[in-house]
Unconditional design. Structure first.
Ligand SMILES: [Zn+2]
Length: 181
């Protein structure tokens, strides 16, 4: 099937859609700027319209939430500054000591889709863009990734453990989820 990407209006909502996608199920997603995307293996635009009718209340609920918590635009200049990155590394060292968890190294990268990661070898990668986010977010990500040295999952135990070292989890998650990279 030929892949086709286009847009149309479903009532007042502009919908970007992809037909004939190589996937099992159809997906509706909304990005931080409230663009709505539909991806479906189906080749029919009527299928998309039908799907939107079924999920309309979910979409509107999500959009209302996003209007309450609008996207945050941050100036990401200065994130390659060595001194600032060293300071971030010291924050990892600090929490590593407090939490009693040893990491093997910290790497810094510019990432599009994540704020940090930690692999099974205890190597922590942090998004350089974190530098320009509020301290509550920096500490949240650092604690989160260090906790993965102890728990390689997002189980209740993992979250209970991170909450000991970072109290404002909800606030940090709310801000981070709204930042447009
Ligand atoms: Zn995680």
């Amino acid at each position: 099937m030929k892949l086709s990407t286009d847009s149309f209006f479903f009532k007042d909502l502009k919908i970007f859609y992809t037909l004939g996608a190589k996937m099992k199920n159809s997906y509706i997603s909304i990005d931080k700027e409230q663009n709505i995307f539909v991806k479906t293996p189906s080749g029919s635009i009527d299928f998309v319209k039908d799907l939107l009718s079924k999920r309309e209340s979910w979409i509107r609920k999500k959009l209302a939430y996003m209007q309450q918590y609008p996207p945050i635009y941050i100036d990401f200049s200065g994130i390659d500054d060595k001194k600032r990155l060293e300071k971030l590394q010291r924050r990892v060292e600090y929490f590593s000591g407090v939490m009693g968890l040893k990491y093997s190294c910290v790497k810094f990268r510019k990432m599009k889709r994540r704020w940090g990661s930690c692999n099974s070898r205890g190597e922590i990668t942090l998004n350089k863009r974190l530098l320009n986010t509020p301290q509550v977010c920096i500490d949240y990500v650092v604690v989160h990734e260090l906790a993965h040295i102890k728990y390689q999952n997002h189980s209740k135990k993992f979250h209970d453990f991170t909450k000991i070292y970072h109290k404002d989890t909800k606030k940090a998650q709310n801000i981070l989820s709204r930042i447009v990279i």
